[in-house]
Design a protein around this ligand. Structure first.
Ligand code: HEM
Length: 145
Protein backbone atom coordinates (compact mmCIF):
# COMPACT_ATOMS: atom_id res chain seq x y z
CA UNK A 1 0.00 0.00 0.00
CA UNK A 2 1.54 3.30 -1.04
CA UNK A 3 1.95 6.06 1.51
CA UNK A 4 -0.03 8.43 -0.76
CA UNK A 5 -2.94 5.98 -0.66
CA UNK A 6 -2.73 5.83 3.14
CA UNK A 7 -2.78 9.63 3.41
CA UNK A 8 -5.80 9.81 1.06
CA UNK A 9 -7.63 7.25 3.20
CA UNK A 10 -6.60 8.45 6.62
CA UNK A 11 -6.97 12.22 6.20
CA UNK A 12 -10.75 12.18 5.56
CA UNK A 13 -11.15 9.66 8.39
CA UNK A 14 -9.23 11.88 10.78
CA UNK A 15 -11.32 14.91 9.72
CA UNK A 16 -14.51 12.93 10.29
CA UNK A 17 -13.38 11.86 13.77
CA UNK A 18 -12.63 15.49 14.64
CA UNK A 19 -16.07 16.66 13.45
CA UNK A 20 -18.16 13.89 15.03
CA UNK A 21 -18.05 15.11 18.65
CA UNK A 22 -19.25 18.58 17.57
CA UNK A 23 -22.17 17.08 15.63
CA UNK A 24 -23.04 14.94 18.64
CA UNK A 25 -23.07 17.97 20.94
CA UNK A 26 -25.45 19.90 18.66
CA UNK A 27 -27.90 16.98 18.69
CA UNK A 28 -27.71 16.66 22.47
CA UNK A 29 -28.51 20.31 23.11
CA UNK A 30 -32.19 21.10 23.40
CA UNK A 31 -33.80 23.67 21.11
CA UNK A 32 -34.61 25.71 24.23
CA UNK A 33 -30.92 25.92 25.14
CA UNK A 34 -29.94 26.70 21.55
CA UNK A 35 -32.52 29.52 21.47
CA UNK A 36 -30.66 31.03 24.43
CA UNK A 37 -32.73 29.60 27.28
CA UNK A 38 -35.10 31.49 29.55
CA UNK A 39 -33.70 35.05 29.22
CA UNK A 40 -33.59 34.98 25.42
CA UNK A 41 -37.00 33.30 24.93
CA UNK A 42 -38.62 35.61 27.53
CA UNK A 43 -37.14 38.69 25.81
CA UNK A 44 -38.32 37.67 22.32
CA UNK A 45 -41.81 36.69 23.56
CA UNK A 46 -42.16 39.87 25.64
CA UNK A 47 -41.18 42.02 22.65
CA UNK A 48 -43.55 40.13 20.33
CA UNK A 49 -46.51 40.49 22.71
CA UNK A 50 -45.76 44.19 23.29
CA UNK A 51 -45.70 44.85 19.52
CA UNK A 52 -48.93 42.92 18.86
CA UNK A 53 -50.70 44.55 21.84
CA UNK A 54 -49.73 48.03 20.62
CA UNK A 55 -51.14 47.44 17.13
CA UNK A 56 -54.83 48.47 16.89
CA UNK A 57 -55.34 46.02 14.00
CA UNK A 58 -54.12 43.05 16.07
CA UNK A 59 -54.80 43.82 19.72
CA UNK A 60 -58.53 43.29 20.27
CA UNK A 61 -57.89 40.13 22.31
CA UNK A 62 -55.25 41.74 24.54
CA UNK A 63 -57.35 44.53 26.07
CA UNK A 64 -57.53 43.17 29.64
CA UNK A 65 -54.49 40.92 29.56
CA UNK A 66 -51.46 41.26 31.85
CA UNK A 67 -48.72 41.16 29.20
CA UNK A 68 -45.86 40.50 31.59
CA UNK A 69 -47.64 37.46 33.06
CA UNK A 70 -48.59 36.26 29.57
CA UNK A 71 -44.94 36.53 28.41
CA UNK A 72 -43.91 34.42 31.44
CA UNK A 73 -46.56 31.81 30.62
CA UNK A 74 -45.72 31.61 26.89
CA UNK A 75 -42.02 31.30 27.79
CA UNK A 76 -42.90 28.38 30.07
CA UNK A 77 -45.01 26.87 27.28
CA UNK A 78 -42.12 27.19 24.78
CA UNK A 79 -39.71 25.74 27.35
CA UNK A 80 -41.99 22.72 27.83
CA UNK A 81 -42.26 22.16 24.04
CA UNK A 82 -38.59 22.62 23.13
CA UNK A 83 -36.93 20.24 25.56
CA UNK A 84 -36.21 22.87 28.21
CA UNK A 85 -37.49 20.59 30.95
CA UNK A 86 -40.31 22.88 32.12
CA UNK A 87 -43.75 21.53 32.94
CA UNK A 88 -46.61 23.59 31.54
CA UNK A 89 -49.79 22.43 33.20
CA UNK A 90 -52.87 24.13 31.91
CA UNK A 91 -55.68 23.82 29.45
CA UNK A 92 -54.90 22.84 25.87
CA UNK A 93 -53.85 25.57 23.45
CA UNK A 94 -57.30 25.24 21.81
CA UNK A 95 -59.16 25.80 25.10
CA UNK A 96 -56.95 28.77 26.03
CA UNK A 97 -57.74 30.60 22.79
CA UNK A 98 -61.34 29.43 22.42
CA UNK A 99 -63.79 32.30 22.20
CA UNK A 100 -61.10 34.95 21.63
CA UNK A 101 -62.07 35.25 17.96
CA UNK A 102 -58.47 35.23 16.68
CA UNK A 103 -58.32 35.42 12.87
CA UNK A 104 -55.89 33.74 10.49
CA UNK A 105 -54.48 37.17 9.64
CA UNK A 106 -53.82 37.90 13.34
CA UNK A 107 -52.05 34.55 13.75
CA UNK A 108 -49.88 35.11 10.66
CA UNK A 109 -49.03 38.67 11.81
CA UNK A 110 -48.08 37.34 15.29
CA UNK A 111 -45.75 34.76 13.73
CA UNK A 112 -44.22 37.34 11.34
CA UNK A 113 -43.46 39.67 14.27
CA UNK A 114 -42.03 36.77 16.26
CA UNK A 115 -39.86 35.84 13.26
CA UNK A 116 -38.42 39.35 12.92
CA UNK A 117 -37.75 39.47 16.67
CA UNK A 118 -35.91 36.13 16.46
CA UNK A 119 -33.82 37.62 13.62
CA UNK A 120 -33.14 40.79 15.62
CA UNK A 121 -32.04 38.66 18.59
CA UNK A 122 -29.55 36.83 16.36
CA UNK A 123 -31.23 33.42 16.65
CA UNK A 124 -29.78 31.01 14.07
CA UNK A 125 -31.66 29.98 10.93
CA UNK A 126 -31.84 26.38 12.10
CA UNK A 127 -33.25 27.26 15.53
CA UNK A 128 -35.70 29.77 14.05
CA UNK A 129 -36.94 27.16 11.57
CA UNK A 130 -37.34 24.53 14.28
CA UNK A 131 -39.35 26.85 16.52
CA UNK A 132 -41.58 28.14 13.72
CA UNK A 133 -42.23 24.61 12.44
CA UNK A 134 -43.30 23.67 15.96
CA UNK A 135 -45.71 26.61 16.27
CA UNK A 136 -47.19 26.57 12.74
CA UNK A 137 -49.52 23.55 13.24
CA UNK A 138 -51.00 25.27 16.34
CA UNK A 139 -52.71 27.72 13.99
CA UNK A 140 -55.68 25.38 13.59
CA UNK A 141 -56.20 25.35 17.38
CA UNK A 142 -55.69 29.10 17.90
CA UNK A 143 -57.66 30.60 15.04
CA UNK A 144 -61.41 30.81 15.63
CA UNK A 145 -63.46 28.39 13.52
C1 HEM B 1 -48.19 29.85 18.06
C2 HEM B 1 -48.64 30.97 18.58
C3 HEM B 1 -49.16 31.07 19.98
C4 HEM B 1 -48.82 30.40 21.13
C5 HEM B 1 -47.77 29.30 21.28
C6 HEM B 1 -49.64 30.92 22.20
C7 HEM B 1 -49.57 30.48 23.50
C8 HEM B 1 -50.36 30.94 24.52
C9 HEM B 1 -50.37 30.42 25.86
C10 HEM B 1 -49.48 29.28 26.36
C11 HEM B 1 -51.29 31.12 26.57
C12 HEM B 1 -51.73 30.84 28.00
C13 HEM B 1 -51.14 31.69 29.02
C14 HEM B 1 -51.57 31.17 30.39
O1 HEM B 1 -51.11 30.10 30.79
O2 HEM B 1 -52.36 31.86 31.01
C15 HEM B 1 -51.86 32.09 25.67
C16 HEM B 1 -52.84 33.01 26.02
C17 HEM B 1 -53.29 34.00 25.19
N1 HEM B 1 -53.03 34.14 23.85
FE1 HEM B 1 -51.82 32.98 22.78
N2 HEM B 1 -50.47 31.89 21.71
C18 HEM B 1 -50.20 32.03 20.36
C19 HEM B 1 -50.82 32.88 19.48
C20 HEM B 1 -51.70 33.87 19.84
C21 HEM B 1 -52.24 34.85 18.93
C22 HEM B 1 -51.96 34.89 17.43
C23 HEM B 1 -53.02 35.66 19.68
C24 HEM B 1 -53.82 36.87 19.25
C25 HEM B 1 -53.51 37.63 18.20
C26 HEM B 1 -53.00 35.18 21.05
C27 HEM B 1 -53.68 35.73 22.11
C28 HEM B 1 -53.68 35.24 23.39
C29 HEM B 1 -54.40 35.88 24.49
C30 HEM B 1 -55.24 37.12 24.41
C31 HEM B 1 -54.17 35.09 25.63
C32 HEM B 1 -54.66 35.32 27.04
C33 HEM B 1 -55.95 34.60 27.28
C34 HEM B 1 -56.46 34.86 28.68
O3 HEM B 1 -55.66 35.17 29.59
O4 HEM B 1 -57.65 34.70 28.85
N3 HEM B 1 -52.18 34.08 21.10
N4 HEM B 1 -51.30 31.95 24.43
Amino acid sequence: MSSLFLVRLLLPLAALLLLLPAAGRAEDTSLYQRLGGEPAVRAVMGKTLATVAANPELNHTFKNVNLSRLADRITLFVCAHTGGGCVYQDDSIREIHAGLGITGHEFDAFVAILKSNLDAAGVGTREKGELLRLLAPMKQDIVAP
